[in-house]
Design a protein around this ligand. Sequence first.
Ligand code: SAH
Ligand code: MG
Length: 193
Amino acid sequence: MENTIKQMEQYAKKNNIPIMEHEGIEFLATYIKNHEVKTILELGSAIGYSAIQMARINKDIHVVTVERDEKRYQEALKNLKTTKLEEQVDIYLADALTFSTDQKYDLIFIDAAKAQYIKFFERYKKNLKDDGVIISDNLKFHGMVDTQERIKNRNTRQLVNKIKKYIYFLEDNDEFSTSFYDIGDGIAISKRK
Ligand code: SAH
Ligand code: MG
């Protein structure tokens, strides 16, 4: 297991795949343990790294995870086999903007396209148990959200704007209250009011 995890980290680095940082994973794992989270919906599997890190916490945890990139999806399938977690993790090759599930989850982890976070939140909040939480990753976007004036690239600036909009959306939400954590690349936890 530890070896496979290391190999995944190396693969991600080499191929520029933005998997979660150690600090973020640790934070997520602590939350899952403390709140006895059992069912998880993850948007954005990439190569399965965070799904595997969550599923391996204990045998009762079940993860449904969605990835739209075929190559990453195949890589994730391979990693799930190697870690023998195929039964605990169901991965779908699909676009999270159109994917749907009837199930209700203890935790929804939003980690797909940063420009679409409001859409993901609105689409999947009905799949959250009453006492469940929505956790969003990368709200600092590699530190760029706080240093926006210095960003030269137009696309990056637009993306950072979208993340800011998402932060306002969470701060100003009638249904959910959100805590923001300066951990990893910036994490938010939203709960029903
Ligand atoms: N959660 C992973 C990292 C995910 S990186 C980890 O920490 O290990 C974000 C992933 O979201 C990318 O692989 C990208 O292909 C995927 N993605 C982006 N938009 C998506 C969408 N609309 N539907 C499904 N996957 C999406
Ligand atoms: Mg992330």
